[in-house]
Design a protein around this ligand. Sequence first.
Ligand code: URP
Ligand code: ZN
Ligand code: ZN
Length: 463
Amino acid sequence: MRFDTVIRNGTIVTATDTYAGDVGILGDKISAMGAPLPTENAGRVIDAAGCLVMPGGIDVHTHLDMPFGGTNSADDFETGTIAAAFGGTTTLIDFAIQYKGQSLRQAFETWMKKADGKAVADYAFHCIITDLGTAQLEEMGQLVREGVSSFKLFMAYPGVFMLDDASIFRAMSQAAKHGGLICMHAENGGAIDVIVQRALAEGKRAPKYHALTRPTTAEAEATGRAIALAEMAGAPVYIVHLSCNEALEKVREARDRGLAAYAETCPQYLFLSIENFDVPGFEGAKYVFTPPLREKWHQEKLWKGLAQDTLQVVSTDHCPFCFKEQKELGKDDFTKIPNGGPGIEHRLSLVYTGGVHGKHFSPNRFVQLVSTAPAKLFGLYPRKGTIAVGSDADLVIFDPNREDVISVKTHHMRVDYSMFEGIRIKGVPKTVLSRGKAVIDAGKFVGHAGAGQFVRRQTYSGV
Ligand code: URP
Ligand code: ZN
Ligand code: ZN
């Protein structure tokens, strides 16, 4: 047996199993597993003693090089995928936005160009639909067949991204017909806009009012409505960036009734809270994203939701804007602060720290949440999301006991602050392979721009 690379002495962790074993790689693929594998003819032998060998992380919610709020998200496909790789993420699914009057194809082609020649690891796209006529409805099936098998719709941001219920229902029905999955930004945008206007009229302009004008009830109502529309359409639905217990309960009720309702949360909702706005001056703008931060007690509910499979995925909603010049656009008016926060780099470490060391769930559940369930839900499995013969050799050699402190001084995202500044993590990726090639080697970047490929995803088939 000949291998390009053999990973030896590690503990292999998948969503279902934990065992001592070696992983053999030939070309892009995992070609053998066993203990021990012969290494005489191996191009490279990586010693993973003391480490976990896990499938590469899959982040299904990122916004790289995205125009929003009068500016562009600060990471492009090169800097964003480098930062992702440092954190053990080897595949991401970004969003191609269809603006009003455009075809879905235009959106897809625009975002393909943004990523081309830049990404250091693999990527795919969801398509955000903001304008759904007959032509775009037709295009949904075509896009699914070309590997863009999920669509994000907004129930918030009236006049910009928001779709009405009839359009949502049509899109869900069409997605169900073609094997697509609808991802829903669930907040009642109409009610929120009224609350926002009232706050501005009362002179409430500081960053914390972004959070105080987007109540949990607005998220719960929209989550329940999205699930009801999906039930009527006979479609699965995936709620993105779920932030609070009230919305979680809507997903739990739906799942208890056997509906194909899924949801993700993000590290910011697990580690940060409304108390983060208790900082001087305009600093709170660092935490302006949507849905907003909630009271601290929601965190424990979300961790439980992850453990009990009410929530299936942790993604990042990475949407970075620098504090200087970008967040500052809203210095005198919170509605002008570009919404979004940086998080692509620390998802695995944060979830391992809080989830596994925090005794909420096992390392296998961790793998399920950050890699396997995302792969299964979004048509990447078994090519990605597991360690098996024939799967892409996207692998993370993860030191579960190494500690670090998150800081803007050491992160690799192209943004001038960290939402998680000062948080101590335990569990850090050491070496990261993307389709058999090292991208991060003993903590150093060794990949190159353009090595990442667009991945055509399969249709939705459940988890
Ligand atoms: O504030 C956020 N989440 N920005 C990114 C866009 C979105 O709604 O996911
Ligand atoms: Zn959203
Ligand atoms: Zn987002």
